[in-house]
Ligand binder design. Sequence first.
Ligand code: G3I
Length: 335
Amino acid sequence: MHCFGALFVSSSLALAATASPAKSTLKAAASPRYFAAAIGYGHLTNKTDHLFREIAVAEYGGLTPENEMKWEITEPEQGVFNFTQAEIIVSFAEAHDYVIRGHTLVWYSQLAPWVTEIPESEVLSAMQNHITTAMTHFKGRIYAWDVVNEGFNDDGTFRDNVFLENIGEDYFEIAYQTARKADPRAKLYYNDYNTEGVNNKSDSVLSLVKSLKSKGLIDGVGFQSHFIVGSVPNDLQANLQRFVDAGVEVAITELDIRANTPVNASVIAQHAKDFAFVVNACQAVKKCVGITTWGITDSYSWIPSTFPGQGYGLLWDDSYEKKPAYYTTLTALRT
Ligand code: G3I
């Protein structure tokens, strides 16, 4: 288990002491922050794609299982848990001394269908049992858990889901209480998108965070950062800082910056600038502990299936060629 508190106390000394050759990879340049990627089970275990694993090991110092810790996979039937795929990813991470982010425990999407079919009165105990069992299984091995994911609408109201409907607004606090009890050493995060700038949604998240923080129930906020080329919020750094000022750490948890494909030279250049902008924003905030890109290569990215005609989100292209954004990211991480 990694301890970023200690790392950050000596961060400037550590950076000064690091010889420049050690900064030739994303993970080395990012240290003492982590630089991580979402890793999917199918990609990690694809025997014909050795480059995926080689780049993961060489360049990244952390991971988030892309889908394998989600409810539909870990508890497909009520009370029947399956951590096989997640275990394989976590074991890979441990073998390479990665920081591991657990994603995610309470989310309306990729939820096992049975959760919406059980009697209303059972939803609370089902949520508590799910959190407790998953976190206990991985106890002591996960740096941070996204306890609740995407709990707000863009206008700042609570997002409707089976937990809000059947438990009420208290589901947030109960989820974090349950998580704290299950693995007291894991950092407990709230994670969402469209919260990267100051807006109605991030205002609401901040209110929730202040309330949970006053009860000792939250440690961090994840900003997914699924951006569009040329549209990264200018106030990203200021927004991260206001969460830190509320007493939590922050992280960029699902970074990709997409564009209409095929891309032209000016889009490629803006994509590279945007990645550097995000890295600089995180690095300017003392308690921004790390950056996770949502994948390694465009060939496995979620983007084209969700946004047809779009892509180019990551640092390696479909042929595992490093993009200009790789180099601007590396340079920004080094400064
Ligand atoms: O596992 C099945 C497989 O059995 C089946 O053959 C295949 C056919 O399409 O589908 C597979 O499931 C897919 C799953 O990814 C695993 O690959 C789903 O269809 C697909 O919808 C699912 O997409 C994931 C998406 O979350 C679902 O919401 C993406 O991979 C994943 O990158 C994405 O990640 C989310 C974060 O968790 C939260 N923030 C947004 C982010 C991007 O949407």
